[in-house]
Design a binder for this molecule. Sequence first.
Ligand code: MRU
Length: 370
Amino acid sequence: MHSSPSHGTDLLPATVAWLGARPGRVRLLEQTLLPLETRFLELETVPQMVDAIRRLAVRGAPAIGVAAGYGALLGVQHMVRASTAELVQRLVEDCRTLVAARPTAVNLFWALERMESAGKAAHARGLDAAAALDTLFAEAEAIHREDADQCRRMGELGAPYVPDGVAVLTHCNAGALATGGMGTALAPIYVAHSQGKRVSVYADETRPLLQGARLTAWELSQAGVPVTLITDNMAARVMSEGRVGAVFVGSDRIAANGDVCNKIGTFGVAVLARHHNLPFYVVAPTSTFDPTVPTGAEIPIEEREPEEVTEGFGRRTAPTGVRVYNPAFDVTPAELVTAIITEAGVIERPDRTRVLELLSRARHRALAAG
Ligand code: MRU
C-alpha cells in the first residue's frame, strides 16, 4: 500500500500489508531478522499481533499504529453473523489487549481509538455486522493510506532543510520500515535525494537493539542513499570533525509543550547537536502528538529485558547477574529542538502555544476536508 512516487523506497518490501479480501491476514516484514533475512509473517489472530509488536517484528511508532489498526480487525472479521453489539464488544476487548502491547508510542493508542470509534459509530447508525465490518476495514485502510500520504508530505516539507553536500545524522530507524509509507525522519532525505541534492547519512547504530545498523543502514542502502554506519559513541567525534550539517530523528510521542520522546540515545544526540551548533529536526506526523501529556516527564517510558543489553544477538557481553537498566526511550526537551516537521506544517522552536496552534489548525483542516 505504498503510494507513489516512492523516491527509491519502492525497492523496499512493505512493512505492513493486508492480504486477501475478508477474512484475510496481516503480512508483516519480520524486522528482527533484518538485514540477514527478508522474511514475512502472516498473522491471523490478535495474540499473534500483540506478540509481533512486543518482539519488535513490527516497530516504529507509525508502523505500530497501522499494524494495530489491521490487528483490531483480525479478532472480529469472522463475526459476520453476530449482532453488531457483540461485534463491538469483542472489538473493544481486542483493542484493550492490543493497547497493552507497548507503552510509549502513542500511535498505537491513537489507531486503536480510531478503530473503536468506527465500530461504535457503526453500531449507533444501526448497521448490521457485515456492514460494520466494511466500515472497520475501511478505517484500517484509511489509517494506512493516510500514514503513507503523511510520510510523503513530511518528506516534501522537510526536504528544504536537508543540507546539500554535507551529511545528516540520524538515530534509530525512522524510515519506511518504521511507517506505512516512506518514513518520517528519512522521508525528507529520500525526497531531497530524488531532487538531486547531494545527500548522505551517518546512521547511529542505536544500542541495544541496533535499529540503526540493522534497519536504517539496510533501507538507505537498498534505496540507493549513501550511508555510513557509526556506533553511538562516535556521534560527538563525527560532529566535531564537521562531517554532518544537521540531525534528523523521528518520534514515538510528542508532549503538548514540544518535548520529544524517541529511541534511547536521542536526547544525547540533541545535546551534542546544540553543542556543535547543528540544527536538530524532529519529523513526525500529527498522530504522534499527545496533547494530553503536558510535558515529556509524563510520557511512560518502556523498560525492556536486561538480556537485550547483556546478551544482545546471542553472545553474552556482561557478567551473569549484573544489574541492568534498559529504558527503550528518552525525552529531548523542546528547547533543544530546532523544528518539528509534520504533515500539517513545520513548528519552528516548538513550545506549547505553537504545538497546540498547529494541532488545532490540522484538526480544522481535517474537519473541513470531511
Ligand atoms: O523500539 P522501536 O524500534 O519501535 O523505536 C522506534 C523509534 O524510536 C523511532 O525513532 C520512532 O518510532 C520514530 S519512527 C518513524
